[in-house]
Design a protein. Structure first.
Length: 349
């Protein structure tokens, strides 16, 4: 059972402050819990990743489009500001993971950090749960695949490089937006895009296989930046890339729309219209892993732009960075193509 912390750790008071940027003004509530299990087995046909660990629930990055917002409601919290201000910390995650790896055969598939919220959000600077989980994986010989928007991952380059030397690690940095103003409007407390490109470069130079995620793409707002993001990521050493379309399911839609209109009032109506165009006239689309080709000329053009520049720059498109065994065809989905090397480049997020 989660218990609230009256004075939560202040990550900006740690040695990792150089990777965290300015502290957000929002009041933070932290709830600690001891989890029975942290290794999640995924059986959804929409996700190709099989195993994941989420040391944190909720995410202080505050990305307005985040699909994980809905899961916060299972805790009795809201999908809006609660998601980014009320964070649950699984304080025993490393110990629980060690027990589970000792008795499970993962079939050579990587443990993904994380399948839901960012494992390197600011509280990680204080709790160090992700780092300790990586050390557990190293000791157990388990492969890992990290996906993050945070520059804090650079703190763990030593562990990740050691795992990569054994063919057991890869890192994907999520950079759907290169424009600093647009990123601040939609991803207010994530690392600045420029810092994420620097992170890619440092990880790549350390011998860690890296990828860039252009997920999610927001038509009429971010798609024109696809060539720029790919060029900067390739220059930083990334060798693989993938892209998804924004998916505004359930309670994510009102959060996204409100913040879009607040940040970009002159562009919001056009952006929402473009999303409807590629989503068959709807903003809230239940289709998850379905192929979007044929949804209209706008999406076809976005996908063609992505593929053209990815190939021009020599990226492996939609392929995993761990080269782990592929999942059975019926279990593969578009969203997880990054991790198993099986899927095409674009998906319904």
């Amino acid at each position: 059972m989660a218990r609230p912390i009256r004075n939560p750790p202040n990550p900006w008071a740690t040695a990792e402050v150089e990777w965290l940027g300015e502290p957000p003004p929002a009041r933070l509530e932290v709830f600690e819990e001891r989890a029975r299990s942290v290794l999640t087995a995924n059986d959804s046909p929409d996700l190709a990743l099989r195993w994941s660990v989420n040391p944190y629930r909720g995410c202080h990055h505050g990305c307005s489009y985040c699909y994980a917002r809905r899961s916060h409601q299972y805790l009795g919290f809201g999908a809006g500001t609660d998601f980014e201000r009320r964070i649950v910390v699984k304080v025993n995650a490393p110990e629980a993971l060690d027990r589970e790896l000792a008795r499970r055969d993962l079939g050579g598939e990587p443990v993904v950090f994380s399948g839901n919220t960012d494992c390197y959000q600011p509280l990680e600077a204080s709790y160090r749960l992700t780092r300790r989980c990586l050390a557990v994986c190293a000791a157990r010989g388990a492969a890992v695949a990290v996906i993050t928007k945070s520059a804090l991952v650079r703190r763990d380059v030593d562990l990740l490089a050691a795992l990569a030397a054994r063919g057991l690690a890869s890192v994907c940095v999520s950079i759907p937006i290169a424009d600093e103003e647009v990123a601040r409007g939609l991803e207010p407390w994530a690392a600045r895009p420029a810092l994420r490109f620097e992170t890619l470069r440092e990880l790549s130079c350390a011998g860690i296989p890296t990828a860039v995620s252009l997920a999610p793409q927001i038509p009429a707002l971010t798609d024109h930046e696809i060539p720029r993001v790919l060029e900067l990521a390739r220059a930083a050493g990334a060798t693989r890339c993938f892209m998804t379309l924004v998916r505004l399911s359930g309670e994510v839609l009102p959060v996204f729309e409100e913040r879009l209109r607040e940040a970009f009032p002159a562009r919001a109506t056009r952006v929402l219209g473009a999303i409807r165009e590629v989503r068959g006239g709807e903003l809230n689309d239940s289709r998850y892993g379905q192929r979007l080709r044929g949804a209209g000329p706008r999406w076809d053009a976005i996908e063609a732009l992505f593929r053209l520049h990815a190939r021009r720059l020599g990226f492996a498109v939609g392929e995993g960075v761990t080269n782990r065994p592929k999942r059975p065809p019926h279990a593969r989905g578009r969203q997880g193509a990054l991790f198993d090397g099986s899927g095409p480049a674009s998906a319904g997020e």
